[in-house]
Design a protein around this ligand. Structure first.
Ligand code: SF4
Ligand code: MSK
Length: 620
């Protein structure tokens, strides 16, 4: 029988090894959870106070109200708002860490990093209205970081990132009262509103959810992206390799996994240290092989072309190759199962963030003030561990695929010759039918990568340019869709544009926080055309999403005016009121709205129908 857990041959091989070795993975644990709680699936359980937990009977036979009188509509809306708040908090706290690192660098307190992109620093300083005249780079960086930190708290007025948004969009937000204020403020207010006895109006709760998510997309995530570019360099197109075959049979393999680039940048530098390479050779290895996974992987593949070993559902499979000397993690999307699994091999599981400790992990905290030293210490741990590798237990699948990544807004503009005009022209003359953003995770509820890859293929075949981030982009890397040569899978119009510009039909724009790059391009396109973002022939999709961050992303993309298709079902179906708000009324309120479609081929039809409607409305 066909194994439906993944379409990735490397994953399937490793799942076989896992079975032979008697090791469990997320897929096994997912099966063990069946049937999953129906109340939870529908969003109908509440434990927001200790009169509960309460649950609403979806069939109408049992209780229709919690002890406090909360209906299913209220409970579903509150739960969704809490998911958004958690997702926005995760992205935004990541953003804060990057801004604080820049502040430390500018103040001379953190010495191992330099400012790599001064022109972006200057552009951001101007955007923040700071005077740069006669000031040193360090002073400007310090002022900018301090101004950015102000974005997080209770400040006067609205977030700086809002200024990138077309006027029409700002007016929509203003009218609805959802223009985001401080980043932290919106998250705190979400938690306040969902506390017992506060906001009990589903529409009011969802509207705040949109505002909270906007503080992520146009706030925390945007700062994470822009300040990472200032510190570590703005990505430019770069070639690299993907999938588990990037692991080496004879080098010290170090996998970095998580989201923040602060440590991984140092690991990239330290892995090139000749003394450490000699130390690895002295232990019998051929060298040091640093590879990435998930979004920490995306950050270093975008900036350095570091190989990416896989996406979310491959984190356990990488350990099961038996070839990893160390798995180094920071924050987000790291399964707590890794410690126990690593203990079945010689692999050292190393946590590095004080915010994220794990059972079975060796904790080596990142000291930003001594970051290179921390990175060296971690690499030495891996080198020391190399002789413990049992070569008889090593199984590395051969699968690899090349990718071209690194499409920051600046790189895209550069490829287009400096302006968006060629892109606008191609859209107007229908060589490019529209643009679709495919983002998000893997989820064992659906076949790994099946929806990502098939949706991307179906869209490019119909001349839709696809832009991607996160694990969706890694799925496309593994499927060979991030190469200019993949233009042969595109429709005639898109293929012609790709060949003329040397671009892949699927553009890797970065990590999860880098969806802010996609927002920036969408806003710039709308401004150039003198329309609102909601008027553009543009759509979003999260075909295999699983995280709360993805819920925040979906909400800010919709609130920014973009129709979005979800490929796994969100826990909102217990409330017709909430489901109707998200899938229908949102269209009238903010222009964007959600659809849920688990079949990627049908999802492609929804995206294309939406794009064609928008084209017709624009008269193009
Ligand atoms: Fe039950 Fe209401 Fe408490 Fe929720 S807030 S647990 S519905 S009593
Ligand atoms: S890493 S949030 S599993 S995309 Fe950004 Fe992948 Fe989803 Fe994490």
């Amino acid at each position: 029988m066909k194994d439906t857990r993944s379409i990735d041959p490397a994953s399937l091989q490793m799942l076989k090894v896992a079975r032979d070795e008697g090791l469990e993975t997320a897929w096994d644990r997912y099966l063990a959870q069946q049937p999953q709680c129906g109340f939870g699936e529908l969003g109908l359980c509440c434990r927001n106070c200790n009169m509960g937990p309460c649950r609403i009977d979806p069939f109408g036979d049992g209780p229709q109200k919690g002890v406090c009188g909360a209906t299913g509509d209220i409970i579903v809306a509150r739960n969704l708002l809490r998911m958004i708040a958690a997702g926005a908090a995760a992205h935004s706290d990541h953003g804060r860490d990057i801004v604080e690192t820049l502040r430390g660098v500018a103040a001379g307190e953190i010495r191992d990093y330099t400012i790599k992109d001064e022109s972006k620093l200057m552009a951001l300083a101007r955007e923040f209205g700071l005077s740069t005249e006669g000031e040193t780079v360090q002073v400007i960086a310090k002022k900018l970081a301090e101004a950015a930190l102000e974005e997080f708290g209770t400040r006067k007025g609205y977030l700086q990132g809002i200024n990138r948004v077309p006027v029409k969009r700002k007016e929509i937000w203003e009218k609805l009262g959802i223009t985001p204020r401080g980043i932290d403020r919106e998250v705190v207010e979400a938690m306040h509103r969902t506390h017992f006895g506060v906001d009990n109006d589903p529409a009011n709760l969802i509207l705040h959810g949109l505002r909270c998510s906007l503080s992520d997309g146009w706030g925390g995530s945007l700062l994470a992206t822009e300040f990472s570019d200032v510190l570590f360099g703005t990505p430019r197109p770069v070639r690299g390799r993907s999938n588990l075959g990037v692991l080496s049979k004879d080098a010290v393999n170090i996998l970095v996994h998580g989201h923040e680039p602060v440590l991984s940048e140092m690991l990239v530098a330290a892995a090139k240290d000749l003394a450490l390479i000699s130390a690895a050779r002295a232990k019998g290895a051929s060298g040091i092989n640093l590879v990435g996974m998930c979004c920490t992987g995306n950050e270093i593949l975008m900036r350095h072309g570091v190989p990416v070993a896989g996406n979310f559902l491959q984190q356990e499979l990488a350990i099961i190759t038996g070839a990893l000397e160390a798995v180094v993690v920071d924050v987000q999307c790291i399964m707590p199962a890794l410690g126990q699994l690593a203990a079945c091999y010689h692999t050292k599981f190393i946590s590095t963030s004080p915010k994220a400790k794990f059972p079975g992990a060796l904790h080596i905290p990142l000291d930003e003030h001594n970051a290179l030293e921390t990175a060296r210490k971690i690499i030495l741990q891996a080198i020391e561990n190399y002789p413990n590798r049992d070569q008889n237990r090593v199984y590395i699948p051969e699968e690899t695929a090349e990718y071209v990544a690194g499409f920051s807004v600046e790189a895209l503009l550069n490829a287009l010759g400096g302006t968006l005009d060629p892109l606008i022209e191609a859209v107007k003359n229908k060589k490019i039918r529209g643009i679709a953003a495919l983002v998000g995770c893997n989820n064992p509820k659906v076949t790994q990568d099946h929806s990502h890859v098939n949706l991307a293929k179906a869209l490019i075949a119909r001349d839709v340019l696809v832009v991607e981030t996160g694990c969706a982009a890694i799925a496309s890397a593994k499927a060979g869709l991030l190469l200019p040569e993949a233009a042969e899978l595109a429709g005639a119009g898109l293929a012609e544009v790709c060949r003329a510009l040397g671009l892949p039909p699927v553009l890797h724009m970065g990590s999860c926080v880098d969806i802010s790059r996609i927002l920036t391009v969408a806003a710039a396109l709308a401004r150039e055309l003198g329309v609102d973002i909601a008027d553009l022939p543009v759509a979003g999709a999260a075909p295999e999403w699983m995280s709360e961050k993805a819920v925040s992303i979906g909400a800010y993309v919709v609130a920014s005016g973009i129709f979005t298709v979800l490929g796994t079902v969100p826990p909102v179906l217990g409330s017709n009121v909430v489901a109707d708000l998200l899938t229908r009324q949102a269209k009238d309120l903010v222009g964007g709205y959600f659809a849920v479609e688990t079949d990627p081929f049908k999802a492609a039809e929804l995206v294309i129908a939406h794009i064609d409607d928008k084209r017709a409305a624009m008269g193009i």
